[in-house]
Design a protein around this ligand. Sequence first.
Ligand code: IMP
Length: 173
Amino acid sequence: MKQIISEKDIEKKVREIAEQITKDYADKTPIFVGILNGSFIFLADLVRELGIDLEVDFMKVQSYDGHKSTGTVHLAKDISTEITGRDVVIVEDIIDSGLTINFLVHRINESAPSSVAVATLLFKKEVAQLNFELDYVGFEIPPDYVVGYGLDHNQKMRNLKAIHVLDHQDDLA
Ligand code: IMP
């Protein structure tokens, strides 16, 4: 495994994003929707740096089988909160092809929220195909498979404190 983003750099970036969100939502009470499972660490760190009132909810989608995208998104857990007329911030660990986030934004917009923003820690800009602009991006990374800080390989390695690329891409087959 090769470390590409250190624990310190993640901490610094999370604080920067939180500062910006705190400014942007100064007089609002947004709902942060964490996308399970990968975003749980980013979400937990992010909300604790925010200086505003907020709510937290979760959605779970499945598009990956092991390390490969299946090409279709399946909603495994919907949001529980009424979001009509509310400000929603979707919190993702990573945007790869963009399939998942396009699906989620479309799905959330169906409930007529007042606003929808997307915060992602990692963004594989070279390969992502998005129908909209991202609001908060931590790091743009190359399209390698990464693990740590919530991101898994076959459900393991989420607890690593830094972000790593797996060395032998063949191991992922
Ligand atoms: P997308 O739909 O291709 O954008 O993929 C989004 C989801 O796939 C993320 O929320 C992750 O769960 C998973 N994913 C994509 N790339 C990686 C990676 O490099 N490591 C771990 N999970 C990933």
